[in-house]
Design a protein around this ligand. Sequence first.
Ligand code: FAD
Ligand code: SF4
Ligand code: SF4
Length: 394
Amino acid sequence: MIQISQKCVGCGKCTTVCPFGALSLANRKAVASAACTMCGACVSQCPVGALSLPINGAAKKDLSAYKGIWVFLEIADNASVRHVRSVGYELLSKGRELANQVGEELCAVIIGNNIQPFFAEISQYGADKIYAVESPAYTQYNTAAYAHAMITLIKKYNPSVVLFPSTYVGRDLSPRLAAELFVGLTADCTGLAIKEGNLIQTRPAFGGNILADIKCPDYRPQMATVRPNVFKKVAAAPGKVAQVLRETIPVCTEAARVRVINTHMDPPVSGQKLDEAEVVIAGGRGMKNKAGFDLLENLAQQLGGTVGASRAAIDLGLKKKEDQIGQSGVTIAAKFYVACGISGAVQHVCGIEHSDVIVGINKDANAPIFNVCKYGFVGDALQILPKILEQLKK
Ligand code: FAD
Ligand code: SF4
Ligand code: SF4
């Protein structure tokens, strides 16, 4: 929470700038409530320098007290079949490797209502323990409520590593925890390893042109988010039964500040989500116009797949932003991926490299896409695609 020093003269200026309504005056002094997210917006507004963030309060920790690899699992509640998001199992699979390496426990954390049906499946993806926080009050995701529950668990059990899916929920929750716990957080990691007791968190940096290894050697837990399809989900191990620890954590009062009145889901354009599709046909600037993308839609239909695009094609308005594949779009892990008129820039390739079979169609034989392709066609995609479609029809 923001710190208010004795210097406060009660001018009230800060109370009007806090976007969370966390500051008020009492007895002619500023006071902060639990609604403070430590965003820091008020600090520079105080004319007498009475406000500060308690960054220096983060004393170095006794690292040996922190053990265990944790994975936060998210429930997809708005799907037709309520389920644990697959990315959670991908993280458990990676977490299993890390836990084996350091000889520590792999633990899943699940918060929600009616979560018992998921325990068997979570066990099968390698968790040794499941921390379960169950209450009707946790039915819908609420930042403050979930953050309070996670912080309570983390402070009680001291995990060494906590991994989050890079989904809307994971991206919302994890920074909040990092701020409150005074620990680092590495977003959108593409690699995780443990070296000399530290989690090495690899992610693209400087516009994706280098891969940076990040570590947090002085503080625990070490926290990272990972996008779907970055790690492979290992086959479930039937028969494994994780120990379930049910934790009763009352919902914090701050949660009442936000009420979900209604939810609206945009229908997926082609009925299949890019990050879940087995066959993905993508187009780049080389497909030129709508007629070029119609060829891709045709091919996707023939192969039972879905259509994505490079950023250049999105910028040209040939597809919607949510169809972008790559560093600032979706990461896919298709069985079969075809890149048509896409050069193969590193920012695109990092979103497709987990696909099993990559095919490139490009008129430039030196295009970098051919470095990652299993099969390549050198030629004009606008001429090659109609021929492929003709053959498929036959
Ligand atoms: P171009 O680079 O213009 O390539 C077009 C290709 O089509 C060329 O290789 C050309 O030879 C070929 N071609 C032309 N005509 C034909 C034809 N008739 N038949 C066959 N081949 C043809 N990009 C992404 O895709 N996804 C991202 O998420 C992403 N994130 C980014 C994030 C950052 C921070 C930055 C800096 C960039 C990002 N980019 C991303 C952009 C990326 O660097 C490239 O600019 C982009 O991928 C290029 O798209 P493209 O290959 O379609 O276009
Ligand atoms: Fe006190 Fe500074 Fe806030 Fe004024 S702006 S009420 S002096 S903390
Ligand atoms: Fe409000 Fe941010 Fe200041 Fe906290 S740090 S009191 S949330 S403006």
